[in-house]
Design a protein around this ligand. Structure first.
Ligand SMILES: [Zn+2]
Length: 213
């Protein structure tokens, strides 16, 4: 998959020093980053099934805390350095869990109702630029991880995506494969026969095989 084929581009960051949890003056549980060093990542490539990772997270303070430690703050601001309230994480967790369950049970109208009852709301920007051959190229840029996770959920449902583990020995990534025929399927996913998350993993595995024969 070429980066330029992607419809959505998104990067986020986790705090190298980790996070602390405290209660604010209203008694709301809040998580704050503890240092100014950040590790940037591309969730669409590293964890395309991040909405399922959230759904699999235990719905407890500890569960939500470790989710934020691993993937970064679930703020509604366009700012990975800001703190987030645990209730944001909890709200999105309930929503993703409910929608996935209803969809699997065939209750698609109900699932959509849940999806559109969107508070807090997702926000995106659209980036445009002219390609060298003169056509207009555009990308959607989610403003935060919260919006990105909602998008990944909708993308899975709209395109009948499944997630497969990369076969390269040193790689723990999963990648999306398409089973349906949604509008963006061809732009953003691989076919069922794909074995690797990226060209880099495919080449590394083939090099390794040649070395061992
Ligand atoms: Zn891989």
């Amino acid at each position: 998959m070429n980066k330029q084929d992607e419809l959505v581009i998104f990067r986020w960051a986790t705090c190298d020093g980790g996070y602390t949890m405290h209660s604010d003056y209203q008694g709301v549980r809040v998580m704050d980053p503890t240092s100014d060093e950040w590790s940037y990542y591309d969730p669409g490539f590293e964890v395309p099934d991040i909405h399922r990772k959230l759904a699999e997270t235990a719905p407890t303070d500890d569960g939500f805390f470790s989710f934020v430690e691993q993937y970064g703050t679930l703020t509604l601001l366009n700012d990975y350095t800001s703190s987030c309230s645990l209730s944001n994480v909890s709200t999105l967790h309930s929503k993703v869990t409910a929608v996935l369950k209803l969809w699997e049970e065939g209750e698609k109208q109900l699932a959509l109702k849940f999806l559109s009852r969107s508070y807090p709301a997702s926000t995106f920007e659209v980036g445009v630029n002219l390609s060298p051959d003169g056509h207009l190229d555009y990308k959607f840029v989610p403003n935060n991880l919260y919006s990105f996770i909602e998008f990944q959920l909708i993308k899975e449902l709209a395109n009948g995506l499944e997630y497969k583990a990369c076969e390269a020995p040193a790689c723990n990534r999963r990648f999306a494969i398409s089973t349906g025929s949604g509008a963006i399927t061809k732009r953003q996913t691989k076919t069922k026969r794909a074995k690797f998350c990226s060209d880099a993993c495919r080449q590394a595995t083939h090099r390794e095989k040649r070395k061992n024969t």
